[in-house]
Design a protein. Structure first.
Length: 610
């Protein structure tokens, strides 16, 4: 074991920009273990960013684009393209606290497993120290972190995705020096004289969380949710565990502001699983005259009760890490304009011959020649996609032309409606309103979706994904569902209404029935009017459904028959679904709160299937 002696680390820390005991002791502990050649403190300055980008270009990790302003292209190792749920662990002290959906290992055992991997893992590399704050440093309860990483690609991405750098470090120190410790290594030490590869990583991967210590150790991957530790690891897994203790919610949700033609404003949050439409809905351009939508967040919402009993949501992030394929002027013009404004890092999309990027769906017409994400020549005749299905654009949220001004409010916006939804070919109607909070929590607890490329593994398989949080709940799923029920019992709570939506239902010809994308504004209008008390609804076994003519389809080429199919509740589909729900609750076992089991019985009897 080549551990740096204390003097070497002390020397490396000589020019540290802080004398905070907690910060220095964390950085020195990790440096002593991982033995980097050098330590660089990320300050967020343009100058430092430019130096790091130049080094990455030189190393062949990124390519500077000429077609989009201040933007770079990166291609990952083909084995490092998505979150690795099978390698993700919640290392709570007690196994029961990780629950039925998480991989678990005892903290001591995980530390013993990680120690040999991290020992000397940064040899030959620079260790970067990235102080960051999720949400606003001025929030009532600021949420700080420090990520140390040996990946300069992670540094550039974190500078986009989280408020990072000198200001964050100053705020950490000013607030008493506490932060979530985030340690990341690509796990590819370099021997003297060894040449590096463009995307260093390690076939062994561990994405590990210690909820009681509130620390994160990630090894072997440079990719998105595995490596940008402020995002899923902190803002969802660790934060959900903090939120449970403190009585708030950390959720996989977009936040949207809607203004009616009369000027009335409502804020909506929506949870859809990965690659199921959050970024698209967050940037929707309504097609109905007079309605306006503005963006607050596209992936994560932290919701705390305000003094008025309403749930206030903030987006803890600073950037977008959006799915590239399917993003184009016809589907998400707002995202395209944000990308055009520059400052992007694209990963695993395709390169055009004139120094720009392309992905399936960016334009209707395919370029005649590209370099695909694997570095091979590509033409429209190629049999494989040019961009990886989970390729991403990493873009400053400030670029979003529809960003709501409330985005700067450290304590967020009051949420009137929560939408749950997934990708289902059958069974789930376009929209339903749940009867009350518990019924809404039930519908969230049985949320189901076909799997996508956002995580490694099979794509297109229906799985249950409670509140779209299955891969992100940092504790026991049963406790999580109970926590949702408890939130509903909070004294004086002015709770949002909960809806369930499905943009992806198919007809007998396997065509998606609902046009989706900007036309989802029609569903949002109904949601808005239900919350405002101005739209009628009819009882249905699933809750409440639009009355005839209640969903505004004016100007849309959509027949009444198509609408009927989109909203239909088919008894035979629900018979199957109830069986699957029973199986799901069985899998979760005793942890399922009795109140939710009662909801299954109620649903069964409303469907006449009891
Ligand atoms: P993560 O960033 O992984 O959490 O994904 P996300 O939930 O933000 O998903 P995103 O908005 O990026 O959409 C993922 C895919 O779903 C894209 O390929 C979209 O084109 C497609 N999609 C989004 N909204 C709709 C819709 O209303 N209808 C249809 N048919 N497809 C949609
Ligand atoms: C998701 O998978 O839900 C994402 C992308 O938003 S990642 O950052 O990789 O988690
Ligand atoms: Mn996501």
């Amino acid at each position: 074991m080549t551990v740096l002696d204390h003097d070497v680390v002390a020397d490396q820390l000589k020019n540290a920009p802080t004398d905070s005991e907690s910060v220095l002791s964390f950085v020195s502990r990790v440096a002593t273990l991982t033995t980097p050649d050098d330590i660089v403190w990320v300050d967020g300055s343009d100058e430092q960013k430019a130096t790091i980008a130049d080094q990455l270009v030189e190393a062949g990790t990124i390519v500077r684009l000429t077609g989009t302003k201040d933007s770079f292209y990166a291609a990952s190792d083909p084995e490092d393209v998505a979150r690795v749920e099978g390698r993700t662990y919640i290392c709570s002290v007690e196994e029961k606290d990780a629950g039925a959906l998480n991989n678990w290992m005892a903290p001591d055992e995980m530390k013993e497993t990680l120690e040999p991997l991290f020992t000397g893992s940064m040899r030959g590399r620079t260790m970067y120290v990235i102080p960051f704050v999720m949400g606003h440093a001025e929030a009532d309860q600021p949420m700080f972190g420090i990520e140390v990483t040996d990946s300069p690609y992670v540094v550039l991405s974190m500078l986009v995705m989280a408020r990072s750098g000198k200001n964050a470090l100053d705020a950490i120190v000013a607030n008493g020096g506490t932060f979530v410790e985030c340690v990341h290594s690509v796990g590819a030490p370099l021997e003297a004289g060894q040449t590096d590869v463009p995307w260093p990583c390690n076939p062994t991967k561990y994405i590990t969380h210690f909820p009681e210590e509130r620390s994160i150790w990630s090894f072997g991957s440079g990719y998105g949710g595995n490596a940008l530790l402020g995002k899923k690891c902190y803002a969802l897994r660790i934060a959900s565990s903090i939120a449970r203790d403190e009585g708030w919610l950390a959720e996989h949700m977009l936040i949207l502001k809607l203004t009616s033609p009369e000027g009335e404003v409502k804020y909506i949050a929506a949870a859809f699983p990965s690659a199921c439409g959050k970024t698209n809905l967050a940037m929707i351009e309504p097609t109905i005259p007079g309605w306006k939508a503005e963006t607050l967040g596209d992936d994560i919402a932290w919701m705390r009760f305000g003094d008025d009993g309403q749930l206030y949501a903030v987006n803890p992030e600073f950037g977008l890490f959006g799915v590239a394929p399917g993003t184009g002027y016809s589907t998400n013009p707002t995202a395209m304009r944000a990308i055009e404004a520059g400052g992007n890092i694209f990963t695993n999309v395709a390169l055009t011959d004139d120094g720009d990027v392309w992905w399936e769906g960016k334009t209707d017409e395919k370029p005649a020649h590209l370099t695909d994400w694997r570095g091979n020549d590509w033409t429209p005749d190629s049999e494989t996609p040019a961009a990886h299905p989970n390729s991403r654009f990493c873009t400053p949220i400030a670029n979003v032309p529809t960003l709501a001004p409330e985005w700067t409010n450290p304590n967020g916006v009051p949420i009137s409606a929560i939408l749950f939804g997934g990708r289902r070919k059958t069974t789930m109607p376009l929209v339903t309103e749940t009867k009350d909070w518990n019924h809404g929590v039930f519908m969230g607890s049985v949320l189901s979706s076909e799997t996508t490329a956002a995580a490694t593994g099979a794509v297109g398989v229906v799985r249950r994904d409670p509140m779209a949080m299955r891969p992100f709940i940092g504790y026991n799923v049963g406790d999580y569902l109970q926590h949702w029920l408890d939130i509903g019992k909070t004294e004086g709570a002015q709770l949002p209404k909960i809806f369930y939506v499905n943009w992806f239902r198919r007809d007998e010809n396997n065509s998606i029935i609902w046009p989706g994308f900007s036309e989802n504004s029609r569903v949002l209008k109904w949601v808005f009017e239900r919350v405002a008390g101005t739209a009628d609804a009819a009882e249905s076994p699933l809750g409440l459904t639009p009355v005839e003519g209640g969903l505004d389809t004016e100007g849309l080429d959509f027949t009444d028959e198509e609408l009927r199919k989109a909203l239909e509740i088919k008894p035979e589909e629900w018979e199957t679904e109830l069986g699957l729900i029973d199986e799901w609750y069985e899998q979760l076992g005793d942890s399922v709160p009795a109140e939710l089991r009662a909801e299954v019985d109620n649903l069964r009897s409303r469907l006449g299937l009891a």
